[in-house]
Design a protein around this ligand. Structure first.
Ligand code: NAP
Length: 244
């Protein structure tokens, strides 16, 4: 029987590439999406072209009831979840003087509370099987901080604390929990940056380029695989050497 991976926010960007790379590795795939659009249709088609099963489950990760329902849908379809990738994330960048409470809370609610919501609903199934992999997408700014991103950085730092705590809680059940901290990756999230800012950023990266979704997805594939069976509670930077 194939292993099953659930990836949140998987219709575009890094989440989409993670889903495709895990499909290529033979996993059946459940993609979580929030908005119904062409991205969803195209992603599902691309995954199915890898000869694996794919279902799409709708829901906002910041809404606990949504996450409970869509995790149940995945279990109903596949009977198990072997790998959970908490990828869904948003930014709302502002300096603190301009950032209101809603700007702060909404980012924490999607990125950090969303990670809790989905994990909380998936863990009982992994515990029953006494095996599982949870991979949480954090960010280098969760380690370094970044001006204008106090909400986002706090959410990503929270994900690191959450990852390490769960790794300790769940190790005895053979559930491995790790985090990936990407640097600057070319997706819609960073497309808003002006070209001169992007080239300035690239100059300060030892590998002299922004990363690709594939750079991140390949590390997810490793953390999901048997090759990483002695790694838990870690944060792996995928940032071209930006943060050392
Ligand atoms: P992206 O292109 O903006 O895609 C984000 C995805 O998350 C979309 O599919 C989006 O769905 C989904 N999403 C957002 N809010 C959601 C919610 N409440 N419920 C369910 N899905 C939701 O972003 P990305 O660059 O691929 O980022 C993916 C992850 O990597 C995020 O956690 C991000 O913080 C992290 N990361 C990215 C970078 C970077 O440089 N790009 C760097 C470090 C970390 P919709 O299509 O419905 O909006």
């Amino acid at each position: 029987m194939s292993k099953v991976a659930l990836i949140t926010g998987a219709t575009r960007g890094i989440g989409k590439q993670i889903a495709i790379n895990l499909a290529t590795a033979g996993y059946d795939i459940a993609i979580n999406y929030r908005s119904e659009n062409d991205d969803l249709v195209n992603t599902k088609k691309e995954i199915e072209s890898k000869n694996v099963k794919c279902i799409a489950v709708k829901g906002d990760v910041s809404n606990f009831e949504d996450t409970k329902r869509f995790v149940d849908e995945v279990i109903e379809a596949f009977g198990q979840i072997d790998v959970l990738v908490n990828n869904a994330g948003v930014t709302k960048d502002k300096l603190i003087l301009r950032m209101d409470k809603e700007d702060f809370e909404s980012v924490i609610n999607v990125n950090l509370v969303g990670t809790f919501n989905v994990t909380k609903n998936v863990v009982p199934y992994m515990m029953k099987k006494r095996t599982g992999r949870i991979i949480n997408i954090s960010s280098v700014v969760g380690i370094s901080g970044n001006a204008g991103q106090s909400n986002y950085s706090a959410s990503k730092a929270g994900i690191i604390g959450f990852t390490k705590s769960l790794a300790k809680e769940l190790a005895s059940r053979n559930i491995l929990v790790n985090s990936i901290a990407p640097g600057f990756i070319e997706t819609d999230m960073t497309a808003v940056l002006k070209d001169d800012i992007k080239s300035e950023i690239s100059k300060n990266i030892p590998l002299q380029r922004m990363g690709t979704s594939n750079d991140v997805a390949n590390v997810v594939k490793f953390l999901a695989s048997d090759d990483s069976s002695y790694i838990t509670g870690q944060v792996i930077n995928v940032d071209g050497g930006m943060l050392m």
